[in-house]
Design a protein around this ligand. Structure first.
Ligand SMILES: [Zn+2]
Length: 208
């Protein structure tokens, strides 16, 4: 069994959405050896920083919050698909030859995985791409950018996917991951009443 960690390392210097300073984590040592008898730290962080899972509540006040997300959709078989040639938005045309089947959880590997810093022109899922995924009946989608949409004031991509009950993971790292099928384990922190949560996301190959 091989375990691939596809999570971003949370640290002060990490890439964050639009490089907004407030989205950077603040990690503070409350106590430190040898001054204290133990090392103990705290952290303040935007819940959409780093690898995280979005809850429907992110774009809809009536939507489910992260503590209510069905974990059956997050410990699941999944498939990594290659979209590394795409430079802008992922459209229906980009997805049409990928043999997408109902019930799949897809991980979209794009050129985003090859840079650590935030790219203002990151690859995202364009409206027609989201509609196609929704129409195909997938159960979830993960992308290697900190946002699955870009420059969409009405947040169509998020809404189209959430309206079909599709789970969204943002900020996975897929540079080292070959296309193909894996078992995925993506567990968001159980925080009451919020719009998303950081997750450690792993892909497992040759699971017995
Ligand atoms: Zn998010």
């Amino acid at each position: 069994m091989i375990v691939y960690d596809i999570s971003v390392t949370i640290e002060k210097t990490m890439g964050v959405y639009k490089n907004i300073e407030e989205k950077r984590p603040v990690i503070k040592f409350e106590r430190k050896i040898p001054k204290d008898s133990i090392n103990e730290s705290s952290m303040y962080m935007n819940l959409h920083t780093g690898t995280h899972i979005d809850a429907p509540y992110h774009v809809n006040n009536m939507g489910a919050t992260i503590d209510a997300i069905d974990l059956n959709k997050l410990i699941t078989k999944c498939r990594v698909i290659d979209l590394t040639k795409i430079v802008d938005g992922i459209t229906k045309e980009d997805l049409i030859d990928k043999n997408i089947l109902p019930g799949e959880f897809l991980l979209l590997k794009t050129r985003n995985s090859f840079t650590e810093e935030f790219q203002p022109d990151f690859v995202y899922v364009e409206k027609s791409g989201a509609e196609y995924l929704a129409e195909k009946g997938i159960i979830g989608v993960a992308i290697d950018s900190y946002g699955i949409e870009r420059a969409q004031p009405e947040h169509e991509t998020h809404k189209i996917l959430f309206n079909k009950g599709i789970t969204i993971i943002e900020g996975v790292r897929l540079k080292e991951i070959e296309v193909g099928e894996y078992l995925m384990c993506a567990l968001p922190l159980k925080i009451k009443g919020v719009d998303g949560a950081p997750a450690r996301v792993v892909l497992i190959k040759d699971f017995i």
